[in-house]
Design a protein around this ligand. Structure first.
Ligand code: NDP
Length: 295
């Protein structure tokens, strides 16, 4: 079942992302009410026809759908808690970046107060909002996702991952975690080349296609992870240990920090020490999934 396309929507939070979201919703034909803690951020939206509410209370009471885009979980709780009685019977779509536990806790709080809750995670920067390249992940109320799909698709691609309100945020943070490690790896490579005066802008011409080409191996790694059988006759952990130790040694020789590559060494060494040197490099997954107890 689809919502009526003119469902009034309130957006709480007009940071860079909140403004982009409110703008896309308003352009999509919804009566859009906005509120922000600090005044002045709504000027451009108001000039286009959005309504600025002077308080969170007056913002919430005019719309059945409330989109929350604040800094973090703490600001979400600080803003929503006093509004609980008013939110009863409305839908809260929280696209603030939070942990899965925080999403589940907010969903439980919402349920206690008769508030329908959909948690969202934004895989996009504000400039991408409203374009097909933006991807937003949702979990929580399926009915809310289906009913308001048209609204959600004003922001970008919309995919629902299940009724567990924490799962969209888990995907978000897992994807970001993969990305940060990749960027840190690139920074390490660039630092190695910088030690001989090669600018990163030159190095990237080699690194970007190389990293991109290597992603072809990810599904193969994923199969190892899922099966838990790391038997291989190519590129064993022993083989990779030699390569990664050489990278670390070269880094030290060049006077470059080994923080990033040392983390990979630790993961390999843990598996080799446990007698798995003949297995695939993919086995490092086991050391991450079940970390060694700390002393
Ligand atoms: P900004 O820093 O630009 O804006 C933060 C917003 O939160 C502002 O509206 C700010 O209000 C408000 N805020 C902060 N603390 C409080 C509080 N205690 N009470 C009420 N309001 C508060 O962040 P973005 O808009 O960029 O990001 C918003 C969310 O979107 C974050 O969770 C972020 O992780 C997520 N996101 C952002 C992306 C991006 O590229 N920007 C990408 C993907 C996700 P005030 O103006 O008064 O300070």
């Amino acid at each position: 079942m689809n919502e009526r396309s003119n469902t009034p929507v309130t957006v709480l939070g007009l940071g860079a992302m909140g403004r982009a979201i409110a703008d896309a919703i308003h352009r999509g034909g919804h009566a859009t009410t906005v509120w922000n803690r600090t005044a002045g951020r709504a000027d451009a939206l108001v000039a286009k026809g959005a309504t600025l509410a002077p308080s969170p209370t007056s913002a919430v009471e005019v719309s059945p759908v409330i989109v929350v885009c604040l800094l973090d979980d703490e600001s979400v709780r600080a803003t929503l808690t006093p509004l609980a009685p008013l939110l009863t019977g409305r839908l809260v779509i929280n696209v603030t970046t939070v942990t899965p536990k925080q999403a589940r806790d907010t969903a439980a709080w919402a349920a206690e107060h008769g508030v329908e809750y959909l948690d969202g995670a934004i895989m996009a920067v504000p400039e991408m909002i409203g374009l097909p390249v933006a991807s937003l992940l949702y979990s929580g109320s399926r009915a809310a996702f289906e009913t308001h799909r048209e609204l959600l698709e004003l922001l970008g691609g919309a995919r629902w991952f299940g009724t567990d309100p924490g799962i969209a945020s888990l995907y978000d943070l897992a994807l970001l975690g993969s990305m940060y490690s990749m960027f840190a790896g690139f920074a390490h490579g660039a630092a190695m080349m910088a030690s001989e005066g090669v600018p990163a802008t030159e190095f990237v011409e080699m690194a970007a296609p190389w990293i991109s080409a290597m992603t072809i191996g990810l599904p193969h790694h994923a199969e190892f992870f899922d099966q838990g059988d790391y038997t291989t006759d190519v590129q064993s952990l022993d083989f990779n240990k030699a390569a990664v130790d050489t990278i670390a040694e070269a880094s030290r020789d060049q006077g470059v920090g080994t923080d990033v590559i040392a983390a990979v060494q630790t993961l390999i060494d843990r598996q080799v020490a446990a007698g798995h040197g003949k297995d695939s490099f993919a086995r490092v997954f086991e050391g991450i999934r079940r970390p060694a107890p700390t002393a």
